[in-house]
Design a protein around this ligand. Sequence first.
Ligand code: ATP
Ligand code: MG
Length: 264
Amino acid sequence: MLEIKDVHKTFNPGTVNEKKALKGIDLKLEEGDFVTVIGGNGAGKSTMLNAIAGVWNVDSGSILIDNMDITNLAEHKRAKYIGRVFQDPMTGTAATMNIEENLALAKRRGKSRTLRPGITKQERNEYYELLKTLDLGLENRMTSKVGLLSGGQRQALTLLMASLQKPKILLLDEHTAALDPKTASKVLETTEAIVNKDHLTTLMITHNMKDAIAHGNRLIMMNEGKIILDIKGEEKKSLTVEHLLHMFEKVSGEEFASDKAILG
Ligand SMILES: Nc1ncnc2c1ncn2[C@@H]1O[C@H](COP(=O)(O)OP(=O)(O)OP(=O)(O)O)[C@@H](O)[C@H]1O
Ligand SMILES: [Mg+2]
């Protein structure tokens, strides 16, 4: 489904600010893999997701989706294969448009602009049923402006929009980090439901080790631009925070620096 082969990325090459952010990333995801990604600040987690999304060109290596080489494909051209949700609840939705208009936008992404702009009754019914699955009562507020929603409601809606066209890969970059703990756990539950329903291949970055362990079928840890741990199957199921910290220290030769990740 997704294959990353020996990808390197350097920011500001040849200057005093040169930063090798990815130093040979190799990763192969099977269809339906739900991978949690953990690592300290600056480990390269967001950079890896940006490389997949095509925010800029990588230095070397290749990226394939469904055996199709997208390494040099422009960001907007690969967008139809990719769903993304970021940390900031304000970024994924259009605040001045209402809920159903946002969903219609997501539904029409990548399609011809000559399509009728109105929302059909059938689409409205479809959105109603989709919103109901979130269990937030948004199905009864379809004509409310999205700017009136809470951060958690907006993230849940963004998730729904990102998954509406069944992307080949769903990229989540700390999408619950800006929410209070209760809302974050609700949005994680929603994430799990959406990913499972459509069997979506997913990469989810989190700062919280417990969340990384509790969700998905596979966990990777990054450090200094490399993937240093890749844990799946039964080993992933029986993983504990202590065990993970121990493995991190063994592989990296240093202590895991983020208390927030450990205590989270
Ligand atoms: N656009 C950019 N220009 C310059 N440097 C960048 C850019 N994006 C990332 N970096 C640098 O690359 C390194 C990896 O950053 P990245 O954002 O991938 O880390 P991360 O693992 O997501 O960390 P965090 O947990 O803090 O989000 C960092 O040193 C960062 O400063
Ligand atoms: Mg990041």
